[in-house]
Ligand binder design. Structure first.
Ligand code: MGD
Ligand code: MGD
Ligand code: SF4
Ligand code: MO
Length: 679
């Protein structure tokens, strides 16, 4: 399969690079050197030939007329409607490095900030040459908090790290709870596996603030008020202990703190929990008994409960549930929040933190706006790649005000002239993942995969690793680590004896087989990575850090005197802001909507189809009302991160808070309050 680029026709294996748990195996069909069709790889055990609509239509994005072809420099004012001129790579690189050298001499290397996320999940392109480069430079360091950090920390207090069950085992579950995950849109192969379980008699419960496509697919949909899931989980525990439907043998052998927890959850009586969550008392009983009496039961914990002020503790709390009924010992029972821990690679070898001479300041990526506007000493240069912060980051108006600063030298490396790129001084064209070599590891299933280039770089575009090698050379950085090839970096990452699950997985092997499953052993067969080695229902570690040691419900932070909680969630046809600028995907998604309860809409004189202005002190946007019974009164839900477009004012992140969640520096996208009125 070496040199697939030169083969003008044929079908070639690939992997989906998007930030999606499914990380599908793909087959790319080429005709005359171009990709003409993308389908799921039937031989991939998870994908089994089926992929989402977004990626089936990905060729429209790869060959979109708007794709960046060569480097650009800005010639108009910063921001919306800016203008750019073509320049050479030489000029782009020398402009960037001349600015950086001057800044480093005058203000120090911490005046430079890299900003990135997982627009492409390839490890060496997102956590490889880039990290080496900025470590060597001594730039300010970004905290990668925008997605799952609060819940990941919370889950780890209970379970010791990102370890759940093998999703392939969930076909054997008899009860599946999708908890705050819109899996039909965001984790479609978990839905496929759940469908198989359902054919064998499993029931599917969905707990969500919005009866979206996933709620409609459920056997039982439980609507809940945003940010109250921790209380519901504690109410379930209350009933499980009170009715003695717990597995005492499991609790004694595999957990610490079950006696303390038993006492502690007495306060979470169903009536109390019902008043907090909006879930009727009889439904809390029904859910607790169903959960207590069904084995194996599986909980898929999504990002919904986590993008709140109390997100870390909420996930930590839900993660305690499977232990109460001993689910972790039953094939198909347990939970998945994330499974990244099993596929840990050698990040020290990949990222080379040793190249950082001394620790530099850390900047939370969800507070980019205030970082740009308020930090002292200031950030003078921003280098953005794999991310579109002008759309995806909270407090978008602050972000854009910061990007507008005339004394900020901004570089954006992307496939498109994104909203963020409109503020750049220099724009660099990026290759698509199908043009690159990279290593992929899922955060849900247990497969490691490889991408080898299938098509030549589009016009003058370059991969992230290539750009950082060029920048390193121009900066005069001599370290071999900044010259390593993509293949060398993959080898270094996989060479990690500390993770026995990866044993036998190598670059050469992946080049042969395209994907390989890690050698996973049952979770309870060896001590967990918690301080006690057991499931920690009580956590001394948390107590030391100032958290309640037992799972505890705390309410959302007061976000001002606005009547509605606003949940701006992802949508079906985009992936975060990716695809929101591609005509085909926008057409499939139609228009940005605001789902609200019919009673709330009526009180405001709004009907479905009306344009509503949604606002708070942070900003405003306009969305089309969809009134009905899909959300509870007092809650409004939007879907999708929409690109800027003429006549559309759908920047939902103009309204979201940049408050930091209780754990992990995490984002609180869903804890904001808003007012709604007719336009
Ligand atoms: N099609 C598509 N797929 C995607 C993405 C995309 O944008 N589009 N994004 C990808 C990324 S980066 C991620 S992190 C994942 C995220 O995917 P998910 O884990 O599904 O997370 P979200 O879509 O953010 O939210 C899931 C659900 O939580 C609900 N929710 C919000 N607040 C609460 C709450 O307090 N309690 C409960 N119970 N539910 C709540 C929302 O209504 C939504 O239905 O999906 C990935 N896959
Ligand atoms: N309101 C609200 N906001 C949210 C969320 C939400 O649920 N609600 N979800 C949050 C979550 S979970 C996440 S993960 C973030 C995601 O935020 P981002 O990571 O910023 O995700 P995208 O919007 O997909 O932007 C990725 C960008 O990377 C570019 N890109 C793709 N491949 C490459 C490459 O190889 N090289 C370079 N240089 N660029 C590339 C794409 O073209 C795209 O412009 O958004 C967060 N924002
Ligand atoms: S976005 Fe997700 S479901 Fe779609 S092809 Fe990629 S990995 Fe598969
Ligand atoms: Mo995410």
């Amino acid at each position: 399969m070496s040199n697939m680029i030169d083969q003008l026709n044929g079908v070639f294996p690939s992997v989906c690079s998007l930030d999606c748990p499914d990380q599908c195996g793909l087959l790319l069909h080429k005709q005359d050197g171009k990709i003409v069709k993308i389908e799921g790889d039937p031989s991939h055990p998870i994908t089994q030939g089926a992929i989402c609509n977004k990626v089936r239509n990905m060729t429209a994005r790869i060959y979109d007329e708007q794709r960046l072809k060569y480097p650009l420099k800005r010639v108009g004012p910063k921001g919306e409607g800016s203008r750019f001129e073509r320049i050479s790579w030489e000029e782009a690189v020398s402009t960037i490095t001349a600015n950086w050298q001057r800044l480093i001499a005058e203000e120090g290397s911490e005046s430079i900030l890299p900003y990135s996320f997982y627009g492409n999940m390839g490890r060496i392109g997102t956590e490889g040459m880039d990290r080496r480069f900025f470590n060597r430079m001594g730039a300010s360091r970004l905290l990668y908090t925008i997605c799952q950090s609060a819940g990941t920390e919370g889950y780890a207090y209970t379970m010791g790290g990102s370890y759940g069950i093998d999703p392939e085992d969930t076909v054997d579950a008899k009860l599946i709870i999708m908890w705050g995950i819109n899996a039909v849109s965001t984790n479609m192969h978990q839905v496929v596996l759940a469908e198989k379980a359902r054919k064998n008699g499993a029931q599917i419960v969905v707990i969500d603030v919005h009866k979206n496509q996933t709620g409609r697919w459920a056997d039982w949909f439980i609507p809940i008020l945003p940010g109250t899931d921790g209380a519901l989980a504690l109410g379930i525990m209350h009933i499980l202990f009170a009715e003695q439907i717990v597995d005492e043998a499991f609790l004694s052998q595999y957990t610490v703190g079950h006696e303390e927890l038993r006492q502690h959850v007495r306060q979470y009586e169903p009536a109390v929990v019902s008043a907090i969550t909006g879930v009727p008392v009889e439904d809390i009983y029904r859910l607790a008994r169903l959960y207590g009496q069904t084995t194996p039961s599986f909980i898929r914990i999504g990002n919904g409960p986590q993008h709140h002020d109390n997100g870390g503790m909420t996930v930590r709390t839900i993660a305690c549930l499977p232990a109460l009924t001993g689910q972790w010992l039953h094939h198909g029972g347990g939970a998945i929040k994330g499974n990244g821990g099993f596929l840990d690679i050698n990040t020290a070898a990949l990222q080379r933190p040793d190249l950082l001479a001394k620790p530099t300041r850390e900047i939370n990526m969800i507070q980019l706006g205030s970082a740009l506007l308020e930090l002292d000493p200031p950030i003078r240069s921003l280098y953005v790649y794999n991310s579109n912060p002008a759309v995806v980051a909270p407090e978008a108006n602050k972000v854009r005000e910061g990007l507008q600063r005339e004394d900020l030298f901004t570089v954006v490396h992307d496939l498109f002239l994104t909203e963020t790129a409109m503020y750049a001084d220099i724009v660099l064209p990026a290759t698509s993942s199908y043009e690159n070599t990279d290593l992929y590891k899922s955060y849900w299933h247990h497969y490691v995969q490889i991408q080898q280039p299938v098509i030549a770089p589009y016009e003058e575009s370059k991969a992230n690793t290539e750009v950082f090698r060029l920048l390193a050379q121009a900066m005069g950085y001599e370290e071999q680590a900044l010259k390593d090839s993509d293949e060398e970096m993959i080898r270094q990452s996989l060479n990690y004896p500390r993770n026995p699950y990866l044993e036998g997985i190598s670059l050469e092997g992946l080049q042969e087989t395209q994907f390989a499953k890690a050698k996973i052993t049952p979770l309870m067969a060896s001590p967990l990575k918690t301080p006690s080695g057991k499931i920690e229902l009580i956590s001394e570690q948390m107590e030391k850090l100032g958290y309640p040691p037992l799972p505890t419900y705390t309410s959302l932070i007061d976000d001002g005197d606005y009547p509605f909680l606003f949940v701006p969630a992802p949508n079906h046809n985009f992936l975060n802001s990716t695809f929101s600028n591609n005509e085909k995907h926008v057409r499939m998604e139609k228009a940005p909507k605001l789902h609200m309860n019919a009673s709330d809409a009526a009180a405001l004189g709004l009907a479905s189809g009306d344009m509503a202005r949604v606002w708070n002190a942070r900003g405003e946007c306009e969305l089309i009302v969809s009134a009905g019974e899909d959300v509870l009164p007092g809650v409004v839900v939007s879907q999708g991160l929409w690109a800027d477009a003429p006549g559309r004012k759908a920047l939902v992140n103009a309204l979201t808070p940049d408050r930091v969640a209780d754990m992990g520096g995490g984002a609180t996208f869903f804890s904001g309050r808003v007012q709604v009125e007719k336009v």
